[in-house]
Design a protein around this ligand. Structure first.
Ligand SMILES: *Cc1c(COP(=O)(O)O)cnc(C)c1O
Length: 402
Protein backbone atom coordinates (compact mmCIF):
# COMPACT_ATOMS: atom_id res chain seq x y z
CA UNK A 1 0.00 0.00 0.00
CA UNK A 2 1.18 3.51 -0.72
CA UNK A 3 -0.44 6.73 0.38
CA UNK A 4 1.44 8.62 -2.32
CA UNK A 5 -1.07 8.29 -5.12
CA UNK A 6 -2.94 11.48 -5.84
CA UNK A 7 -1.62 14.92 -6.63
CA UNK A 8 2.12 15.07 -5.91
CA UNK A 9 3.59 18.03 -4.03
CA UNK A 10 7.07 19.26 -4.94
CA UNK A 11 7.91 21.17 -1.77
CA UNK A 12 11.45 22.13 -2.80
CA UNK A 13 12.72 25.72 -3.01
CA UNK A 14 12.50 25.97 -6.76
CA UNK A 15 11.22 25.12 -9.18
CA UNK A 16 8.08 25.88 -7.22
CA UNK A 17 4.48 24.69 -7.56
CA UNK A 18 2.92 25.98 -10.78
CA UNK A 19 -0.68 27.20 -10.66
CA UNK A 20 -3.10 25.47 -13.03
CA UNK A 21 -3.85 28.93 -14.45
CA UNK A 22 -0.19 29.28 -15.49
CA UNK A 23 -0.15 25.82 -17.06
CA UNK A 24 -3.43 26.47 -18.89
CA UNK A 25 -2.14 29.78 -20.22
CA UNK A 26 0.89 27.98 -21.66
CA UNK A 27 -1.12 25.18 -23.25
CA UNK A 28 -1.80 26.71 -26.64
CA UNK A 29 -0.73 26.64 -30.27
CA UNK A 30 2.35 28.62 -31.26
CA UNK A 31 1.50 32.31 -31.36
CA UNK A 32 2.73 34.71 -34.01
CA UNK A 33 5.78 36.66 -32.87
CA UNK A 34 5.55 39.30 -35.63
CA UNK A 35 2.14 40.76 -34.93
CA UNK A 36 -0.87 40.29 -32.72
CA UNK A 37 -1.69 39.64 -29.10
CA UNK A 38 1.74 38.68 -27.79
CA UNK A 39 3.29 41.97 -28.86
CA UNK A 40 0.47 43.99 -27.32
CA UNK A 41 0.91 42.17 -24.00
CA UNK A 42 4.43 43.42 -23.36
CA UNK A 43 4.00 46.94 -21.95
CA UNK A 44 1.64 45.74 -19.23
CA UNK A 45 3.83 42.72 -18.51
CA UNK A 46 6.80 45.01 -17.91
CA UNK A 47 4.69 47.34 -15.74
CA UNK A 48 3.48 44.42 -13.64
CA UNK A 49 7.01 43.07 -13.15
CA UNK A 50 8.02 46.50 -11.83
CA UNK A 51 4.98 46.47 -9.56
CA UNK A 52 6.16 43.19 -8.03
CA UNK A 53 9.73 44.52 -7.63
CA UNK A 54 8.52 47.87 -6.25
CA UNK A 55 10.51 49.89 -8.74
CA UNK A 56 10.02 52.65 -11.28
CA UNK A 57 13.30 51.62 -12.89
CA UNK A 58 13.93 49.34 -15.84
CA UNK A 59 13.79 45.60 -16.46
CA UNK A 60 15.61 43.44 -18.97
CA UNK A 61 14.36 39.92 -19.65
CA UNK A 62 16.43 36.94 -20.72
CA UNK A 63 15.76 33.37 -21.79
CA UNK A 64 17.86 32.14 -18.89
CA UNK A 65 17.74 30.82 -15.37
CA UNK A 66 19.00 32.70 -12.34
CA UNK A 67 22.62 32.03 -13.28
CA UNK A 68 21.99 33.87 -16.53
CA UNK A 69 20.57 36.83 -14.63
CA UNK A 70 23.65 36.83 -12.38
CA UNK A 71 25.92 37.00 -15.42
CA UNK A 72 23.78 39.62 -17.13
CA UNK A 73 23.88 41.93 -14.11
CA UNK A 74 27.66 41.77 -13.95
CA UNK A 75 28.21 41.93 -17.72
CA UNK A 76 26.47 45.31 -17.89
CA UNK A 77 28.23 46.96 -14.98
CA UNK A 78 31.64 45.51 -14.11
CA UNK A 79 34.67 45.19 -16.36
CA UNK A 80 37.26 42.42 -16.16
CA UNK A 81 39.94 43.51 -13.73
CA UNK A 82 37.55 45.60 -11.65
CA UNK A 83 36.48 44.40 -8.20
CA UNK A 84 33.23 43.47 -6.47
CA UNK A 85 32.52 42.86 -2.80
CA UNK A 86 30.38 39.82 -2.02
CA UNK A 87 28.59 39.41 1.29
CA UNK A 88 28.02 35.64 1.20
CA UNK A 89 25.44 34.05 3.50
CA UNK A 90 25.27 30.63 1.90
CA UNK A 91 25.90 28.69 -1.26
CA UNK A 92 24.31 31.21 -3.61
CA UNK A 93 26.40 34.17 -2.52
CA UNK A 94 29.51 32.12 -3.22
CA UNK A 95 28.00 31.02 -6.53
CA UNK A 96 27.49 34.61 -7.68
CA UNK A 97 31.08 35.32 -6.67
CA UNK A 98 32.35 32.35 -8.69
CA UNK A 99 30.42 33.70 -11.66
CA UNK A 100 32.17 37.06 -11.25
CA UNK A 101 35.58 35.38 -10.98
CA UNK A 102 34.96 33.42 -14.17
CA UNK A 103 34.24 36.74 -15.89
CA UNK A 104 37.67 38.05 -14.91
CA UNK A 105 36.31 40.20 -12.09
CA UNK A 106 38.27 40.43 -8.88
CA UNK A 107 36.22 39.27 -5.91
CA UNK A 108 36.50 40.18 -2.28
CA UNK A 109 34.35 37.75 -0.31
CA UNK A 110 32.99 38.41 3.16
CA UNK A 111 32.02 34.91 4.22
CA UNK A 112 29.24 35.03 6.81
CA UNK A 113 29.04 31.27 7.17
CA UNK A 114 25.67 29.64 6.67
CA UNK A 115 23.67 30.60 9.72
CA UNK A 116 23.82 34.39 9.80
CA UNK A 117 22.55 37.34 7.74
CA UNK A 118 24.79 39.98 6.20
CA UNK A 119 26.54 42.06 8.85
CA UNK A 120 26.39 45.65 7.55
CA UNK A 121 29.30 46.60 9.83
CA UNK A 122 31.59 44.11 8.11
CA UNK A 123 30.55 45.54 4.76
CA UNK A 124 31.19 49.04 6.11
CA UNK A 125 34.71 48.09 7.20
CA UNK A 126 35.50 46.53 3.82
CA UNK A 127 34.24 49.56 1.92
CA UNK A 128 35.98 52.01 4.25
CA UNK A 129 39.26 50.17 3.57
CA UNK A 130 38.72 50.54 -0.19
CA UNK A 131 40.48 53.90 -0.39
CA UNK A 132 40.90 53.83 -4.16
CA UNK A 133 37.23 52.90 -4.64
CA UNK A 134 38.20 49.88 -6.68
CA UNK A 135 35.04 48.06 -5.62
CA UNK A 136 32.43 48.68 -8.29
CA UNK A 137 29.56 46.71 -6.79
CA UNK A 138 28.39 45.16 -3.55
CA UNK A 139 26.65 41.84 -4.19
CA UNK A 140 24.24 40.45 -1.62
CA UNK A 141 21.69 37.66 -1.70
CA UNK A 142 18.40 38.79 -0.16
CA UNK A 143 17.36 35.25 0.76
CA UNK A 144 20.05 32.62 0.43
CA UNK A 145 18.11 29.51 -0.51
CA UNK A 146 20.72 27.13 0.90
CA UNK A 147 20.78 28.56 4.44
CA UNK A 148 17.30 30.17 4.30
CA UNK A 149 18.70 33.32 5.89
CA UNK A 150 17.27 36.69 4.91
CA UNK A 151 19.48 39.78 4.89
CA UNK A 152 18.73 43.48 5.25
CA UNK A 153 19.37 45.07 1.86
CA UNK A 154 18.38 48.59 2.96
CA UNK A 155 21.09 48.47 5.65
CA UNK A 156 23.70 48.03 2.92
CA UNK A 157 22.36 51.07 1.08
CA UNK A 158 22.72 53.07 4.28
CA UNK A 159 26.35 52.01 4.63
CA UNK A 160 27.18 52.94 1.03
CA UNK A 161 25.51 56.31 1.44
CA UNK A 162 27.16 57.09 4.76
CA UNK A 163 30.59 56.36 3.31
CA UNK A 164 29.78 58.11 0.04
CA UNK A 165 31.06 55.01 -1.74
CA UNK A 166 29.92 54.90 -5.37
CA UNK A 167 29.70 51.09 -5.73
CA UNK A 168 26.41 49.78 -7.07
CA UNK A 169 24.26 47.74 -4.70
CA UNK A 170 23.12 44.50 -6.35
CA UNK A 171 20.61 42.13 -4.79
CA UNK A 172 19.84 38.53 -5.71
CA UNK A 173 16.08 38.13 -5.17
CA UNK A 174 15.79 34.87 -7.07
CA UNK A 175 14.32 33.09 -4.05
CA UNK A 176 12.62 36.02 -2.38
CA UNK A 177 10.79 38.04 -5.02
CA UNK A 178 7.03 37.86 -4.51
CA UNK A 179 7.57 35.93 -1.24
CA UNK A 180 9.56 38.04 1.23
CA UNK A 181 8.95 41.79 1.23
CA UNK A 182 11.36 43.48 -1.13
CA UNK A 183 11.25 47.19 -2.02
CA UNK A 184 13.79 47.84 -4.76
CA UNK A 185 13.52 51.63 -4.92
CA UNK A 186 12.94 52.58 -1.31
CA UNK A 187 15.58 50.14 -0.08
CA UNK A 188 18.03 51.55 -2.61
CA UNK A 189 19.07 48.51 -4.63
CA UNK A 190 20.59 49.64 -7.95
CA UNK A 191 20.34 46.23 -9.58
CA UNK A 192 18.15 43.26 -8.70
CA UNK A 193 18.13 39.85 -10.33
CA UNK A 194 15.45 37.19 -10.25
CA UNK A 195 14.09 34.20 -12.14
CA UNK A 196 10.71 32.87 -13.18
CA UNK A 197 10.58 29.59 -11.29
CA UNK A 198 10.27 30.55 -7.65
CA UNK A 199 7.92 33.23 -6.34
CA UNK A 200 6.78 33.99 -9.88
CA UNK A 201 5.37 30.46 -10.24
CA UNK A 202 6.38 30.00 -13.90
CA UNK A 203 8.57 27.15 -15.19
CA UNK A 204 12.34 27.75 -15.14
CA UNK A 205 13.52 29.63 -18.21
CA UNK A 206 13.17 33.37 -17.67
CA UNK A 207 15.76 35.56 -15.96
CA UNK A 208 15.16 39.20 -15.07
CA UNK A 209 17.53 42.04 -14.32
CA UNK A 210 15.99 45.17 -12.83
CA UNK A 211 18.14 48.30 -12.77
CA UNK A 212 17.88 51.99 -12.00
CA UNK A 213 19.27 55.04 -13.81
CA UNK A 214 22.45 54.99 -11.70
CA UNK A 215 23.24 51.48 -12.83
CA UNK A 216 22.31 52.38 -16.39
CA UNK A 217 24.81 55.26 -16.32
CA UNK A 218 27.49 52.73 -15.35
CA UNK A 219 26.36 50.53 -18.23
CA UNK A 220 26.64 53.43 -20.67
CA UNK A 221 30.20 54.13 -19.55
CA UNK A 222 31.30 50.53 -20.19
CA UNK A 223 33.77 50.21 -23.06
CA UNK A 224 32.06 47.04 -24.26
CA UNK A 225 29.14 44.85 -23.19
CA UNK A 226 28.60 41.42 -24.70
CA UNK A 227 25.83 41.80 -27.24
CA UNK A 228 23.58 39.06 -25.91
CA UNK A 229 23.69 40.18 -22.26
CA UNK A 230 23.38 43.91 -23.04
CA UNK A 231 20.37 45.14 -21.13
CA UNK A 232 19.87 48.32 -23.20
CA UNK A 233 17.93 46.95 -26.19
CA UNK A 234 15.97 44.57 -23.97
CA UNK A 235 14.82 47.35 -21.65
CA UNK A 236 14.22 49.85 -24.46
CA UNK A 237 13.15 47.72 -27.40
CA UNK A 238 12.29 49.36 -30.69
CA UNK A 239 10.56 46.17 -31.73
CA UNK A 240 9.23 43.06 -30.05
CA UNK A 241 12.17 40.96 -31.23
CA UNK A 242 14.54 42.94 -28.99
CA UNK A 243 12.80 42.16 -25.68
CA UNK A 244 14.48 38.76 -25.66
CA UNK A 245 17.38 39.36 -28.05
CA UNK A 246 15.76 37.07 -30.64
CA UNK A 247 12.74 34.79 -30.71
CA UNK A 248 10.64 35.31 -27.59
CA UNK A 249 9.97 32.48 -25.12
CA UNK A 250 6.36 32.67 -26.25
CA UNK A 251 4.79 30.22 -23.83
CA UNK A 252 6.70 31.48 -20.84
CA UNK A 253 5.36 34.94 -21.62
CA UNK A 254 1.81 33.60 -21.47
CA UNK A 255 2.56 31.76 -18.24
CA UNK A 256 4.09 34.87 -16.72
CA UNK A 257 1.04 36.89 -17.74
CA UNK A 258 -1.17 34.47 -15.83
CA UNK A 259 1.06 34.53 -12.76
CA UNK A 260 1.24 38.33 -12.70
CA UNK A 261 -2.55 38.44 -13.00
CA UNK A 262 -2.75 36.29 -9.86
CA UNK A 263 -0.27 38.46 -7.96
CA UNK A 264 -2.06 41.63 -9.07
CA UNK A 265 -5.43 40.24 -7.99
CA UNK A 266 -4.13 39.23 -4.55
CA UNK A 267 -2.00 42.36 -4.15
CA UNK A 268 1.74 42.18 -3.48
CA UNK A 269 1.34 43.20 0.17
CA UNK A 270 -1.14 40.37 0.70
CA UNK A 271 1.20 37.97 -1.08
CA UNK A 272 3.96 38.92 1.39
CA UNK A 273 1.62 38.56 4.36
CA UNK A 274 0.47 35.13 3.19
CA UNK A 275 4.08 33.96 2.97
CA UNK A 276 4.92 35.46 6.36
CA UNK A 277 1.94 33.77 8.01
CA UNK A 278 2.58 30.38 6.43
CA UNK A 279 6.24 30.64 7.46
CA UNK A 280 5.20 31.23 11.08
CA UNK A 281 3.17 28.03 10.89
CA UNK A 282 6.20 26.12 9.66
CA UNK A 283 8.44 27.57 12.37
CA UNK A 284 5.91 26.74 15.08
CA UNK A 285 5.84 23.11 13.95
CA UNK A 286 9.60 22.78 13.61
CA UNK A 287 10.29 24.47 16.94
CA UNK A 288 7.82 22.09 18.59
CA UNK A 289 9.37 18.97 17.05
CA UNK A 290 12.84 20.20 18.03
CA UNK A 291 11.94 20.32 21.71
CA UNK A 292 11.87 16.53 21.83
CA UNK A 293 14.65 15.51 19.47
CA UNK A 294 17.45 16.41 17.08
CA UNK A 295 15.55 18.69 14.68
CA UNK A 296 16.84 22.26 14.52
CA UNK A 297 16.03 25.20 12.27
CA UNK A 298 19.20 26.38 10.54
CA UNK A 299 18.45 30.02 11.34
CA UNK A 300 17.85 30.43 15.05
CA UNK A 301 16.48 33.98 15.04
CA UNK A 302 13.01 34.37 13.53
CA UNK A 303 13.85 37.90 12.43
CA UNK A 304 16.46 36.53 10.03
CA UNK A 305 14.44 33.63 8.59
CA UNK A 306 13.10 33.76 5.06
CA UNK A 307 9.38 33.42 4.41
CA UNK A 308 10.07 31.49 1.20
CA UNK A 309 12.31 28.61 2.26
CA UNK A 310 13.24 26.90 5.52
CA UNK A 311 16.43 24.87 6.05
CA UNK A 312 16.45 22.35 8.88
CA UNK A 313 18.91 19.86 10.29
CA UNK A 314 18.17 16.38 11.59
CA UNK A 315 21.71 15.04 11.31
CA UNK A 316 22.94 12.38 8.90
CA UNK A 317 21.45 10.10 7.79
CA UNK A 318 18.07 11.14 9.18
CA UNK A 319 17.51 14.13 6.87
CA UNK A 320 17.89 11.98 3.78
CA UNK A 321 15.79 9.19 5.29
CA UNK A 322 12.97 11.58 6.06
CA UNK A 323 13.01 13.01 2.52
CA UNK A 324 13.01 9.54 1.05
CA UNK A 325 10.07 8.52 3.26
CA UNK A 326 7.85 11.54 2.56
CA UNK A 327 8.36 11.17 -1.21
CA UNK A 328 7.78 7.42 -1.32
CA UNK A 329 4.98 7.10 1.19
CA UNK A 330 3.15 10.41 0.85
CA UNK A 331 3.97 12.01 -2.49
CA UNK A 332 5.66 15.02 -0.90
CA UNK A 333 9.18 15.85 -2.12
CA UNK A 334 11.30 17.86 0.30
CA UNK A 335 14.37 19.88 -0.66
CA UNK A 336 17.87 18.51 -0.16
CA UNK A 337 20.46 20.21 2.02
CA UNK A 338 22.52 22.43 -0.28
CA UNK A 339 26.03 23.56 0.55
CA UNK A 340 25.59 22.03 4.00
CA UNK A 341 28.42 19.53 4.18
CA UNK A 342 29.69 18.64 7.64
CA UNK A 343 32.90 16.84 8.62
CA UNK A 344 31.13 13.48 9.03
CA UNK A 345 28.53 14.20 6.33
CA UNK A 346 30.23 15.58 3.20
CA UNK A 347 26.99 15.58 1.18
CA UNK A 348 24.97 17.41 3.79
CA UNK A 349 22.40 14.61 4.02
CA UNK A 350 21.56 15.64 7.57
CA UNK A 351 19.80 18.72 6.21
CA UNK A 352 16.53 19.17 4.38
CA UNK A 353 14.51 22.16 3.24
CA UNK A 354 10.93 23.18 2.67
CA UNK A 355 10.19 25.42 -0.28
CA UNK A 356 7.14 27.55 0.49
CA UNK A 357 7.32 30.05 -2.30
CA UNK A 358 4.57 31.22 -4.59
CA UNK A 359 1.51 29.07 -5.11
CA UNK A 360 1.15 27.70 -1.57
CA UNK A 361 -1.66 28.08 0.91
CA UNK A 362 -2.67 26.89 4.36
CA UNK A 363 -3.91 23.43 3.40
CA UNK A 364 -0.73 22.69 1.49
CA UNK A 365 1.50 23.81 4.36
CA UNK A 366 -0.54 21.95 6.99
CA UNK A 367 -0.45 18.89 4.71
CA UNK A 368 3.29 19.21 4.30
CA UNK A 369 3.78 19.51 8.05
CA UNK A 370 1.42 16.60 8.72
CA UNK A 371 3.39 14.41 6.35
CA UNK A 372 6.68 15.35 8.01
CA UNK A 373 5.25 14.65 11.46
CA UNK A 374 4.06 11.25 10.21
CA UNK A 375 7.54 10.63 8.84
CA UNK A 376 9.22 11.50 12.14
CA UNK A 377 6.91 9.01 13.82
CA UNK A 378 7.26 6.26 11.20
CA UNK A 379 11.06 6.49 11.29
CA UNK A 380 11.22 6.63 15.10
CA UNK A 381 13.00 9.96 15.02
CA UNK A 382 12.62 11.52 18.46
CA UNK A 383 10.51 14.66 18.42
CA UNK A 384 7.91 16.44 20.49
CA UNK A 385 4.47 15.62 19.09
CA UNK A 386 2.02 18.41 18.32
CA UNK A 387 3.87 20.26 15.58
CA UNK A 388 0.87 20.37 13.27
CA UNK A 389 -1.37 21.63 16.07
CA UNK A 390 1.18 24.34 16.86
CA UNK A 391 1.19 25.33 13.19
CA UNK A 392 -2.60 25.49 13.06
CA UNK A 393 -2.53 27.72 16.11
CA UNK A 394 0.11 29.99 14.54
CA UNK A 395 -1.85 30.37 11.31
CA UNK A 396 -4.87 31.79 13.10
CA UNK A 397 -2.97 33.95 15.61
CA UNK A 398 -2.73 37.67 14.90
CA UNK A 399 0.43 38.59 13.03
CA UNK A 400 3.20 40.22 15.05
CA UNK A 401 4.12 43.72 13.89
CA UNK A 402 6.83 44.15 11.28
C1 LIG B 1 17.56 29.38 -7.28
C2 LIG B 1 18.54 30.43 -6.92
C3 LIG B 1 19.61 30.77 -7.75
C4 LIG B 1 19.93 30.02 -9.01
O1 LIG B 1 18.93 30.12 -9.94
P1 LIG B 1 18.90 29.12 -11.18
O2 LIG B 1 17.62 29.47 -11.84
O3 LIG B 1 18.94 27.75 -10.63
O4 LIG B 1 20.08 29.43 -12.02
C5 LIG B 1 20.43 31.80 -7.36
N1 LIG B 1 20.23 32.48 -6.23
C6 LIG B 1 19.22 32.17 -5.40
C7 LIG B 1 19.03 32.95 -4.13
C8 LIG B 1 18.35 31.13 -5.72
O5 LIG B 1 17.33 30.82 -4.89
Amino acid sequence: MSLANGRPYLAIPGPSVMPDAVLRAMHRAAPNIYEGELIGMMPELVADLKYVARTDGHVAMYIANGHGAWEAALANTVQPGQAVLIAATGRFGHGWGEMAQAMGIETQILDHGRQAPVDAERVRAALAADKGQRIKAVLAVHVDTSSSVRSDIAALRAVLDELGHPALLMADCIASLACDRFEMDSWGADVMVTGSQKGLMVPPGLGFVFFNDRADAVRRAMPRVSRYWDWSPRANPEMFYQYFGGTAPTHHVYGLRASLDMIRAEGIEAVWTRHATLARGIWAAAECWGQGGPLTLNIADRAHRSHAVTAMRLGAPLGARLREWTARECGVTLGIGLGMSEPDDPKGTGFFRFGHMGHVNAHMILGLLGVVEAGLKALDIPHQAGGVAAAAEALVSPAPQG
